[in-house]
Design a protein around this ligand. Sequence first.
Ligand code: PRP
Ligand code: MG
Length: 181
Amino acid sequence: ASHVESDLVNVLYTEEQIQARLAELARDIERDYEGEDLLIVGILRGAVMVMADLARSFTRHLEMDWMAVSSYGSGTKSSGVVRILKDLDTDISGRHVVIVDEIIDTGLTLSWLTSNLASRGPASVAICTLLRKPEALQMPVDVKYVGWDIPNEFVVGYGLDFDEKYRNLRDIGTLAPHVYS
Ligand code: PRP
Ligand code: MG
């Protein structure tokens, strides 16, 4: 299909629901870090949409930085080994950091990233994710802010891709079977 929205078989979360939940998460974060300096770190590329909308839900000052990471090997994350493609531009020593991602699947990415950032001497490191799949978790990840727990289904949209497409959908949903075949 040429229209990207028409490939969704089931919308799990609409644009409106996503924005409302992100506003709640931003209020929680503002409350927890009141009076503190705050740096939020988005994990490229999937977290671009969440970062943009979450950051604009804040009424306080904050700084934004980005990291890009990749698993070794071709596509599979089973090794749990991650390499940094783009590191922070910011020195985080003594600073409060909130890592922002759009989904935690196996937990390997954020488990590794959390310990990597923690080794740089920050005041604190916490995780905010829009989605989490509890049934897919392979590594324990301490998540402070989560939008929704979802079933172990393949979802796309709002930063989430299938074969690098569908990231630009405003909603989050599951793909129609004809897309895979
Ligand atoms: C996806 C997603 C998370 C990560 C979660 O990113 O955006 O960052 O996988 O998976 P995990 O919990 O099993 O580690 P991906 O590495 O596919 O790259 P992308 O953000 O560029 O899509
Ligand atoms: Mg990602």
